[in-house]
Design a protein around this ligand. Structure first.
Ligand code: 5GP
Length: 114
């Protein structure tokens, strides 16, 4: 499976501003934040896109959202609100092919997305 920049962050080969880590997940600040809070929450398992999620990953993906929810609370944006985004493939603008959940908050977001 192709190695990505996020694999290197998981292996601590390149630095990142890590806000959470356990055996299965890593969360770190986006290098080009689009909001006052912009965290990437990733499973350490290399899953390139949402299209590659398998049945056996169902619990992992559920826990990915639990990590995001807990981080939103810890970072003080649970009540004000936040947006969770997963881009899949080119039309969505996916740039890194290691599944990641964007946790965005600290400002208002428009809907629908542009
Ligand atoms: P995507 O477009 O794939 O959903 O989002 C990839 C995100 O990863 C982008 O928001 C981009 O700013 C972020 N990113 C890319 N390379 C790095 C990096 O080396 N470190 C960090 N912290 N974020 C990165």
């Amino acid at each position: 499976m192709a190695d990505t920049i996020f694999s290197k962050i998981i292996r601590k080969e390149i630095p990142a501003d890590i806000v959470y880590e356990d055996d299965e997940f890593l969360a770190f600040r986006d290098i080009a934040p689009q909001a006052p809070v912009h965290i990437l929450v990733i499973p350490k398992k290399e899953i390139p896109t949402v299209n590659d999620i398998e049945e056996e990953d169902a619990n992992l993906i559920g826990r990915l959202f639990l990590v995001a929810k807990q981080l939103a609370s810890k970072l003080g944006i649970s009540e004000s609100g936040y947006r969770l985004v997963i881009n899949c493939n080119k039309d969505a603008g996916q740039a890194v092919y290691h599944l990641h959940l964007h946790l965005l908050g600290g400002r208002k977001f428009s809907w629908p997305p542009g």
